[in-house]
Design a protein around this ligand. Structure first.
Ligand code: PLP
Length: 379
């Protein structure tokens, strides 16, 4: 089935009791049983909910996986993956990734005896060099937030398979429309569905998709035991969001390309980070594993002072100054003080995330208005 058809129909069947074409919001905490233990497969809504079930089916289909699981946020989905591990286990993670993932790893899980090694995964040799029998999981993000670095998923999957470790890919930035990590050998795909999947900046949610039934059972056990499940209204919103993913992503890609080229030609712009430029270091890999380059990008100004960056950040009118990304509306963000403030400054600078970096989530408004807005803000 082609993507457009899949996204519109994924997970949704006419409601058996009424024929409602859209999955109802089953706003219930429990289900009445005929006799103790005799039920229709629904016992208590932390464990099962029909709206969530429809969405989990949709998650599986759009990532070409067998099983999907929904969580109350992207970080809750990440949290569930790390809970597969035991004290003494080691995770190899990318040195450039979402700040909240880094915070969860360092501030929460290190104290439970799980160790994390951060390497530059854009060179997969760095993973091959440090992977050992202790390594149970490799965690990558591609493209990365906010520097748009690219990691070769297939190459990493070959390394983790040989070492007997799991590979989890945070696919939030690309969305399933642009990239499907399971097809490239990953074991688990994670999304912050808050971003492109929901697509309308009205819901917080996360998901995991996998092919292995045993892995699914373990992660489902964690989901119901730890309880970070999304409510049915939120599941409904994401189900609806997915139906227009392809249309929105097409426009994000078109607008993204125009904005990236505009910025690159602007005399006051120093550097633009966007993986669709043919001279981007990850371009060859990106064009192999992605179907397009999306609407996320970052840039620095020639006047590299924090004050100048702050001035631009506060001067836009169409772009809203806010954390998050992937919604229909355009957002501008200052990673150093906003989305990535939880990463120590020294660590940030070392990885190339400067104080003056500006990140854009290019939305699906008219590109002429978006370019005029950024142009006026840069001044
Ligand atoms: C937002 C984000 C997350 C965290 O997801 P939440 O839904 O905010 O919990 C994880 N990874 C990436 C790349 C993100 O952008």
């Amino acid at each position: 089935m082609k993507l457009a058809t899949k996204y519109i129909h994924a997970g949704t069947e006419p409601d058996p009791s009424t024929g409602a074409i859209m999955t109802p919001i089953y706003q219930t905490s429990t289900y009445v049983q005929e006799a103790p233990g005799v039920n229709k497969g629904y016992e208590y809504a932390r464990s099962q909910n029909p709206t969530r079930k429809a969405l989990e089916e949709a998650y599986a289909q759009i990532e070409n996986g067998k099983f999907g699981l929904a969580f109350s946020s992207g970080v809750a989905a990440t949290d569930a993956v790390i809970k597969l591990l035991e004290p003494g286990d080691e995770v190899i993670a990318a040195n450039d990734m979402y700040g909240g993932t880094y915070r969860l790893f360092t501030k929460i899980f290190e104290k439970f005896g799980i160790s994390f090694r951060y390497v530059d995964t854009t060179n997969t040799d760095n993973i091959a060099t440090v992977i050992s029998a202790k390594t149970k999981l490799v965690w990558i993000e591609t493209p990365t937030n906010p520097l748009m670095n690219i990691t070769d998923i297939k190459a990493v999957a070959a390394i983790t398979k040989q070492a007997g470790a799991l590979l989890c890919v945070d696919n939030t930035f690309a969305s399933p429309y642009l990239q499907n990590p399971l097809d490239l050998g990953a074991d688990i795909v994670m999304h912050s569905a808050t971003k492109y999947l929901g697509g309308h900046s009205d819901v917080i949610q996360g998901c995991l998709v996998m092919n292995d039934a045993t892995l699914r059972e373990k992660l489902y056990f964690i989901q119901k035991s730890c309880g970070a499940v999304p409510g049915p209204m939120d599941c409904f919103l994401v189900l609806r969001g997915i139906k227009t993913l392809h249309i929105r992503m097409q426009r994000h890609c078109e607008n993204g390309e125009k904005m990236a080229n505009f910025l690159r030609n602007h005399p006051k712009v120093e550097k633009v980070y966007w993986c669709g430029f043919t001279d981007h270091p990850g371009y060859a890999v990106a064009s192999q594993q992605m179907r397009g380059f999306g609407g996320m990008m970052s840039f620095t100004l020639k006047d590299d002072s924090v004050e100048n960056a702050r001035r631009v950040l506060s001067s836009t009118h169409v772009f809203a100054l806010a954390e998050s990304l992937g919604g229909v509306e355009s957002l501008i963000n200052h990673p150093a003080s906003m989305t990535h403030a939880s990463i120590p400054r020294e660590e940030r600078i070392k990885n190339g995330l400067s104080d003056s970096l500006i990140r854009l989530s290019v939305g699906i408004e008219d590109i002429d208005d978006l370019i005029a807005d950024i142009n006026a803000a840069i001044g």
